[in-house]
Each structure stands twice: as structure tokens, then as C-alpha cells.
Design a binder for this molecule. Sequence first.
Ligand code: HEC
Ligand code: HEC
Length: 555
Amino acid sequence: MKQAIFNSFGTTIIVFALCQSALAQQSVTLQPRIGAKLNGLTASQIERFETGKVLYSRPVAIEEGLGPILNKSNCGSCHSNPLGGWGAISVTRFGMENKGAFELYPGESQSLAQSLANSSFCAELVPADATIVRIRLTNSSMAFGLVEAIPDVQLTANEDPLDINGDGVSGRVHWVTPLEAAPGSPLRAGRFGWKAQIATVLSFSSDASRNEMGLTNRFSPIENAPNGDNARLTICDEVADPEDVVDANGVGFIDRITDFQRYLAPPPQTPKSGMDGELLFEQVGCAKCHVSQFTTSTASSLEDSIRSKTIRPYCDFLLHDMGLLADGISDGNAGEAEMRTPTLWGVRRRDPMLHNGSAAGGSFTARVTAAIAAHGPFGEGATSAAAFAALSAVEKTKLVKFLDSLGRAEFDFDGDNIVDILDFFALRTCIDQGKTNPNNDCAIADIDQNGVVNSIDVDLFVQAFNGEILDCNNNGFADLRDIALGVSQDANNDGIPDDCGSCQADASGDQTVNGVDLAIILSGWAGSGPSDVDQSGVTDGIDLAIVLSGWGACP
Ligand code: HEC
Ligand code: HEC
């Protein structure tokens, strides 16, 4: 009898019942995949995460309050990679330059442009004579419950506004008032947005609902007028403000989407630590702004999954003078030349990079190299960008390899965010080599970082695997585990134990030779891997013939 157990994508705590005894022996858990929820949430918190996630990407209708001017109908259409994360869509900000200073365009109440409208009569247009027109790219809400829970004192500890230590890097907190704070409440350290202009997730939900979607709410109750024209607004805005309808418990849309963002997990980092590239990252001064680590607050009001957690965002959440890279727009107390350091967790996913999207396309190496080069000249990042440029080619490769570990899922050798049979083939080459260290690729499978890829890691691989788990020899363990640990032989290297009867033509490993296998052969044509069923090194007519002649259930 065959045991088939499906692992759902992104789920981290999947107990393969047959392997429970093996798992009980170790305490290492998988990191959530990028875009997944925090580990350890309660059932009701998971429900809130899932409900918020649905609303985050559901288009709001005009009758519900969308518009009259807006950029998109839902958060997820910009924060799409993954949902709640980064995006390739940018928004436009405009205004007037006055002797080097930024001023709002006359009559406007804000610099953000709304590019869509419920009707052409209601539309806002960027005035042709605006002298400053800039774009800002969508950044992410990953792990924002944790980021919100970094105590303000941890951010001020990294400030050096007068550059007393003389390293050319200053950095200062942008102090702001949360929209939901009672009058007279103390200022909070801003941390969200390219100008650190917002301190809490709820404030951002409120602000973005009104400014990106035209959905007024209890903390942002006043609708934006198209180009500041209140007469037109009166005609265009048909739904009474505030438009966000709260339920009987006082919970509204902005609270629901706040739940989703607060419970998003930090992007994984694989290997978790110890890369030479991270040392170089520190040596050339990147970590002065891209600060590696914080510990969240111990406040008892916080959820267990958020309280007292060590996080590695590679970000100080401070404002820095970035010279020519900055966008020339002031925002609250943040100056024209100041930008907030972005987090680097998940950076391997990010395309384009930088607030203006100028580091775009090409390979990851090309993109980050362009982003680093853009840190100079004339800004606080200049010294560090120059130090990076002065590294040897080998050192640069190491530093970029470290950046490429930020956002990589465990076992995901090919970096496609899916743990599949190709990653299993790579894992096999790492088993028991005893030479694994954070700098070689086997570290991607050495989850407990003990220097060897062994049964503990293999059990975790089975949990992480995004395909079907089979136990064809019915010995109580996954076939992949049997093969990896040498319990079963797999001479033809197809991921199926030889003691299950060879079914060479079964490229997908589902014990049936059918159209799925044919598709694998055709899509893998001329390459190697599972499509190369005869393991000749190339997928060709012989593999096709094997599949056609083996059609049907495996023996
Ligand atoms: C039109 C695209 C767009 C839409 C729609 C949108 N955002 Fe954003 N989001 C952005 C951009 C651009 C930024 C950067 C803003 C800035 O700092 O100027 C951003 C920033 C953020 C940030 C701060 C991220 C960080 O790293 O600091 C949060 C939180 C956020 N958005 C939440 C939301 C929520 C919640 C919604 C839905 C109510 C939403 N956004 C809708 C484009 C969008
Ligand atoms: C003085 C502070 C500072 C230093 C030092 C610094 N950065 Fe940055 N970094 C920033 C800021 C601020 C931005 C955003 C700039 C913008 O887009 O306007 C940024 C952006 C980036 C980005 C693009 C991220 C994204 O999501 O768009 C990468 C990658 C990056 N930095 C890597 C590095 C590396 C590697 C080093 C060391 C060689 C380094 N940084 C040094 C402040 C700094």
C-alpha cells in the first residue's frame, strides 16, 4: 500500500505521522516561507491572519467607498511579491522646488498623486508645471508585528545625528504621532515608509486605505480632493465618510488588514548565520545602517509569537542623508535628502530595488551591485559603497552570496521558493559529507547547522517538501528519506526506491506513467533532471520512447 501525504505550500509544521518519533528527537523547526504567517500563532490568531489576508487583496467596490480618487482598489495589487510584500508598482509624488526645499503644489494637501478616479470628471492630474515629480516603489509589510514591537529605545541606540563617532554615518529617528494615539500621547519612533513617516501598522493601514484606495476610516476620515478641488470632491464622493464600516465589535477593514500584516512572518534566512559574506558586509560598513538584529519588546500585551523575539531585518529604521540617491521630497520631519534604510530580509526576491526602482532586471548580482553603487556619492552611504567597490572579485561574490541567503527557503537549492525533487537531488549530494559549512551550498540543507547534512535534516526536508510524500515500500518512512539515508537504493537516481519496482518512465514519481510524465519530458527537453528518465545526462528521444512504452500504472 502506498502512503500519500500532501504538504501544503508554505506550511511549516507538518508532522509526517510516520516520522513523528524521529522528529521528536530534535527541536529544530523550519522557518516559515516568505509570505507565510508567524510560527506559533493560536487558532484564533490564525483565523484573523487568514481573514485579513482575504480582505487585503479583495477589490473594494465604489459603493463601499472606493475613490473618488485612488491608486488601486486593494492593497494586494501593489504588495504582491509575495502578498503583503514588495511590488514592482510605484506611486507618484509631486510638488514644487523652492530654493532646494520641497513644497506642496499650491492648493494640495499632500504630495501623493492618485492616478485613478471613479470618473474622468473626478480625476486628479499631476500638474504639468510641478517641478518635482518622483516615483516611490512599493515596499513590504513582512513581519510588521515584530517590527512594530521593536522598542523605540533600541532604535535611538543606533542614532548618531551629529556623527560624533566620525564614521560618516549618522542616522536619526523620525518621531511621529500614531494616527490612533490619544491627543497628548508621546511621540513614537517612526519606522514604516520610505521616510519612516509612520510608527504603527494600524496607522499605515488607515493612511494607505484613504490615500491609495480612497477608503476613509475612523483615523483618516477626510477624503482627498482631486487636485485639492473641494467643489469637485462634493460631487464625486457619493459615500458618507468614514466609509470603512466597523462590525458590532468595532472591528473594521483597517483592523482586519492590520492583523494580516502583523502576523506575517519574517522572510527566511538560509543558512541562518556564519557566512563569510556577512563578515564582509559588516567590514565595509553596510551593517552600520542595515543593522542585523533587534529583540522585540517584552510587553505582556503582545502575542506570544511577537513578544521577546530576536529578528534579523538588516535595517536600523533610521533616516539617513543619501545625497543624490534621495528623492528630494520632505515628509513631516524627514528632509529632502533623507531616506529610511530599507530592510534587507527577503532582498533576493526584490526586483526592482531602491525607492525609484533604478536597480532593476538582470541577475540578482547585477541588481544588488547597482543598488550598492547608487549609495554614493555625496551621501552617508558613500564610504561604504566605495569600500564595497574596492573589494576583490572573490570577496564581492561572497558578500552577494550572503545577500542571496536573505529570503531563501531552507532546502531551496535552486532558489525558486519551492522545495521539489530537484532540490532533493541536490540534497543527496550533501548527505554525510561532513564538510558542510555556511559558505558552501550544502549549508542550504544543514538546518541545525551542525556541519553535516544528516537524518535530522532529512526529516525536515520531508516536512518542507512541496510534493507528494510516498512510502512505496510501506516501511513507515518517506521514500525520499529511505533513499537519502541509504535505507533504499536508487540506482537510476529517479527519486523512487529500487525496491519498489523500477518504473523508469515515471518521471513525476506518482507511480503512474501518463500525460504528466510526457509534459515533464517535453518541458525538460535537452536538459537533465527528472525528465532525463534514463539518466543519460540529456532528455531526448530515448526518454520519450521510455515514457510512451511504459504508459499506464507502474508495475
Ligand atoms: C498603488 C500601490 C499601493 C497600494 C494600493 C497600497 N500600497 Fe502600501 N505602499 C505602496 C508604496 C509605493 C509604499 C511606499 C510608500 C512611501 O513610503 O512613500 C507603500 C508602503 C506601505 C507600507 C510601509 C512598508 C515599509 O516597508 O515601510 C505599508 C505598511 C503599506 N504600504 C500598507 C498598505 C496597505 C495596508 C494597503 C491597503 C490599504 C496598501 N499599502 C496599499 C504602494 C501601495
Ligand atoms: C548610510 C546608511 C547605509 C549604508 C552604510 C548602506 N546602506 Fe544600503 N540602503 C540605505 C538606504 C537609505 C537605502 C534606500 C535608498 C533609496 O532607495 O533611496 C538602501 C538601499 C539598499 C538596497 C536596496 C534595497 C531595496 O530593497 O531596495 C540594498 C540591496 C542595499 N542598500 C545594500 C547595501 C549594502 C550591501 C551596503 C554595504 C556595501 C549598504 N547597503 C550600505 C542605507 C545604507
